[in-house]
Design a protein around this ligand. Structure first.
Ligand SMILES: *Cc1c(COP(=O)(O)O)cnc(C)c1O
Length: 366
C-alpha cells in the first residue's frame, strides 16, 4: 500500500492481461447470435377438429428448427449459459446425458463452435438420432439403462477435463423465462390476433421439465389466466413427485423418447403446474398417429402424449360448456421413429394396441 502511495499508480502493476479467452467467447457468442438471426420463428399451427365445438386448438411446431426439435432452443441456451459463465472455452470438450434429441442439437452447436462433443445415451435411443449426432461430428457413448446416463456423463467429463452441459439440471435456469423470445413469449405473441388470445390451458409433457417451467413461470409473470397441464407417461417419476410432493421418487423409465424420466430432474418445477395426468403409452402413440394423419405429416411420440392430454382437457371443457383456446407443442417430427412408433412390428413386440385409443380420440374430435 505504502509503495503504491510513494511510487504512484504505475508501481508494481503487471502489464494488463490480454483477454484471449474473452476473444474466443466473443467469437462464439457472435456465431450463436448469427444462427439465431438466420432462423425464423416456428409456426403456430391450427388444425380444425369439427368435434371440438367452441374450442380452438393450436400447436407450436418445434419440429422445424434446423436440428428438428424443441431442443434447438435448449441447446442454444445451454451453450450461452456455459460460455457466459466462463465454463465453455476454446478447446473445451463438451459432454451431455441425453435420450437423443438434445444431443443432436448440441452436436450441431458444438460443430459451429469447433468443439468436441460426446453424447451419453441409453442403448435404446433411436438409430436416426444417433446418425444425426454423427452427422454433426458428435461422438456417442451408450449405457444400458436410462438411469445410468448421469454418472457416465459426469465421469467422461471428468476424464476429458471437459464440461458436462447437464440439461436435466440447467434447462430451467439457462432459459430466460421472462421474455427474450423464449417459447412462451413466442406462443403468447402469436396468439394475439386470435379470437381467444389467452388460452384456457397450455398442455406440455416433461423431459427435463424445462419447457413446462418456462411456460408456467411466464404465465405467472405476465399475470395471465391460462393454466398449465403437464402430461406424464408410464414409467416416469414426475407425476408421483408432483402428487406426493416428493422429489425422491424414482421409476423404471419411459418408452416415449424425450419425456418421462426415471428420477425427478432438478429442472422439474412442480410449483408452476396447475394439473398433471398420466397418459398410457398406447394412448400417446394412438394420438400421435391420429394427429399425423390430420396434419399430413408425421409427428413424434411425445407430441402424441401432448395431443392426448389436450383431448382430455377439451373433453372436460365441452362437458362443462366452456369455450376458448388450447395450446400444445409439436416437439419433434415422426421421421425419427419410423422403426418404432410407426412400425407395426415394433408395436406388436411391445404389446401396444392403439386401436381402442384411436377410436376414442376420433369419436371426440370428429
Ligand atoms: C425434451 C423433449 C420434450 C420435453 O421437453 P422438456 O423441456 O425437456 O421438458 C418433449 N419431446 C421431445 C421430443 C423432447 O426431446
Amino acid at each position: 500500500m505504502s509503495d503504491l502511495l510513494t511510487l504512484g499508480f504505475d508501481a508494481g502493476l503487471p502489464p494488463l492481461p490480454e483477454c484471449h479467452e474473452r476473444a474466443w467467447a466473443r467469437h462464439a457468442i457472435g456465431i450463436l447470435n448469427g444462427d439465431a438471426h438466420r432462423s425464423a420463428d416456428t409456426h403456430l399451427v391450427k388444425p380444425d377438429f369439427a368435434g371440438l365445438k367452441g374450442i380452438s386448438v393450436y400447436f407450436k411446431d418445434e419440429s422445424t428448427h434446423p436440428t428438428g426439435s424443441l431442443k434447438h432452443r435448449l441447446a442454444r441456451s445451454l451453450f450461452l449459459y456455459g460460455i457466459c459463465n466462463g465454463r465453455i472455452r476454446q478447446g473445451t470438450t463438451l459432454v451431455e446425458a441425453s435420450s437423443g434429441s438434445t444431443a443432436v442439437s448440441e452436436a450441431y452447436f458444438a460443430r459451429l463452435l469447433g468443439l468436441r462433443f460426446i453424447a451419453v445415451m441409453p442403448r435404446s435411443t433411436s438409430r436416426q438420432k444417433v446418425d444425426e449426432i454423427t452427422r454433426f461430428g458428435g461422438e456417442s457413448h451408450f449405457v444400458d439403462h436410462a438411469g445410468a446416463v448421469y454418472a457416465a456423463a459426469a465421469q467422461i467429463a471428468d476424464e476429458t477435463q471437459g464440461y458436462y452441459l447437464d440439461q436435466f439440471t440447467y434447462a430451467e435456469r439457462a432459459t430466460d423465462w421472462r421474455g427474450n423470445n423464449n417459447i412462451a413469449d413466442s406462443i403468447f405473441r402469436q396468439m394475439e390476433d386470435e379470437e381467444s388470445p389467452v388460452p384456457e390451458w397450455v398442455v406440455m409433457s416433461a423431459g427435463t421439465g424445462g419447457t413446462a417451467a418456462t411456460l408456467g413461470r411466464y404465465i405467472r409473470y405476465r399475470n395471465l389466466g391460462t393454466r398449465l397441464c403437464v402430461v406424464d407417461v408410464e414409467g416416469s417419476a414426475f407425476y408421483d413427485a408432483w402428487r406426493l410432493n416428493d422429489r425422491e421418487v424414482t421409476a423404471p423409465g419411459s418408452r416415449i423418447e424425450g419425456i418421462g424420466r426415471p428420477r425427478v430432474e432438478p429442472s422439474f418445477v412442480p410449483g408452476v403446474i396447475d394439473h398433471m395426468m398420466v397418459v398410457p403409452d398406447a394412448a400417446s402413440i394412438a394420438a400421435m398417429h391420429v394427429l399425423s394423419e390430420r396434419l399430413y405429416r408425421r409427428v413424434g411420440g411425445s407430441t402424441g402424449t401432448n395431443f392426448f392430454g389436450l383431448c382430455c382437457i377439451a373433453s372436460a371443457m365441452m362437458r362443462e360448456g366452456r369455450k376458448g383456446s388450447l395450446v400444445s407443442l409439436i416437439c419433434d417430427s415422426g421421421e425419427r421413429y419410423s422403426a418404432t412408433y410407426y412400425n407395426p412390428d415394433w408395436l406388436a413386440e411391445q404389446k401396444i394396441d392403439i386401436a381402442p385409443w384411436r377410436q376414442m380420440i376420433e369419436r371426440l374430435i370428429d
